[in-house]
Design a binder for this molecule. Structure first.
Ligand code: NAX
Length: 388
């Protein structure tokens, strides 16, 4: 098994103290004490608390997503309106001129929170002392290129990136992988950075999550923040599983709102294909892939990870599995997660209170297994890049 087999996450899962009595808040106090210890020993959380500049490295800064991302980070949308940031943008040599132009524009904005801006085509310099790494740059799929070739070619890039992060980034560096195939790229980077905890590598399925929440809000004519407890499971690909079995809309379970039978038809025939195919649809209509919405999702994913998700709701993040829900440990798999104090926990079965007919569970198991199989196949393609 790969090095990222067993990972301990934070905050401490509530199940870890289930043998403590919950009366008089005893269990909660134990959890809070342990979490506080972990948080106080986290240099990134400390930096954010003390408002010291946080160093954010971004690859692909001259690309479409990078262009939409950098300005928002500099404007304080990643870590808050009072948190200084240093940006280090990393590009390939051929795109350095374009990146110089982006840097000039950033200077022209005179962002008060941007304490330092560094652009480079040398990853060693780019990732040096990075607290957060947003890995957006990757090779696009060319005409006639097989998915396996794309996975292999990008795999080599993410192998080097993982090794470089291991050498020069901070040990607490949080890495969000956006560049596709993002789950497998995150897996490769995590495997090649043995000194950085595997839990610090995640891949972005937040765009799929937000797209689905947007559809549900539109369908029910409700504000988006009234749509809660939605989840994306698995791989960021057309196989992903958009799960509305626990979703509540304005506090009411979605299936009660729509009616069980209509809900089943809507979910299977309309909703799932629509979410799975949304990326392709955008390319068809816009002529190029999602950029501003992807940048927005990257910011939301990383912001929630560092600053927390609104409780009791959850978000979707692809994280290195600890074996939850029968997913092989070490795969990078999208789960519903709660973030708090700079860490995350996978939402467990017992936190999903809604009980359904048998077919709901069978469907979920089927889709999770499909995603596991796809990710295992991707892992096989890049097995030579995963040191044992
Ligand atoms: P662009 O082709 O516009 O930009 C990519 C940029 O990355 C280019 O400027 C390129 O020079 C740079 N780059 C490539 N390899 C690099 C490396 N090793 N180091 C530094 N820079 C490097 O693509 P864009 O539209 O910005 O998309 C970027 C990636 O995001 C793609 O892989 C795309 O598939 C992926 N996406 C992921 C999404 C997700 O939800 N996870 C959704 C949006 C997007 O499709």
């Amino acid at each position: 098994m790969s090095k990222v087999g067993k990972v301990l996450r934070r905050p401490v899962p509530s199940s870890a103290y289930s043998w403590y009595p919950s009366a008089f808040g005893i269990r909660q106090r134990q959890l809070d004490t342990l979490n506080a210890k972990l948080v106080n020993s986290d240099p990134l959380v400390k930096k954010i608390r003390n408002k010291q500049p946080v160093r954010v490295a971004v690859t692909g800064g001259a690309g479409a997503i990078g262009y939409a991302l950098l300005f928002r980070i500099a404007n304080g949308e990643l870590l808050g309106p009072d948190q200084p940031v240093e940006i280090s943008a990393v590009e390939l040599p051929f795109a350095m001129n374009a990146l110089r132009g982006v840097a000039m524009e950033l200077e022209d904005c005179a962002f008060p929170l941007l304490s330092k801006l560094n652009i480079t085509d040398d990853p060693e310099k780019g990732f040096e002392a990075a607290d957060i790494a947003l890995l957006v740059g990757s090779k696009p799929r060319g005409p006639g290129m097989e998915r396996a070739d794309l996975i292999r070619e990008n795999g080599v890039i993410f192998q080097k990136t993982g090794q470089t992060l291991n050498r020069v980034a901070e040990r607490h560096c949080r890495t969000t992988v956006v560049g596709n195939p993002c789950n497998t790229n995150a897996l490769i980077a995590a495997n090649n950075a043995p000194d950085i905890p595997a839990r610090n590598f995640t891949a972005m399925t937040r765009l799929d999550h937000d797209r689905a929440v947007g559809f549900l809000a539109k369908k029910t004519m409700m504000p988006v923040n009234e749509v809660n407890h939605f989840a994306i499971w698995g791989n960021h690909s057309a196989t992903m599983f958009p799960d509305i079995s626990n979703t509540t809309i304005h506090g009411v379970p979605a299936h009660e709102l729509v009616g069980e039978f209509r809900f089943q038809r809507f979910w299977q025939n309309e909703f799932i294909p629509k979410v799975q195919q949304r990326g392709a649809k955008i390319i068809q209509v816009r002529g190029s892939s999602s950029a501003a919405s992807a940048a927005n999702a990257c910011i939301a994913h990383t912001r929630d990870w560092c600053l927390g998700t609104p409780i009791p709701d959850w978000q979707s993040m692809a994280v290195i599995s600890d074996g939850e829900y029968g997913v092989p440990a070490g795969l990078c798999f999208s789960y519903p997660v709660r973030c708090q104090n700079g860490g995350y926990t996978v939402v467990t079965d017992d936190e999903q209170p809604v009980t359904h007919a048998k077919w709901w569970y069978q469907m979920k198991e089927y889709h999770i297994e499909n995603n596991v199989q796809e990710l295992l196949a991707e892992r096989d393609v890049v097995s030579s890049l995963l040191p044992n």
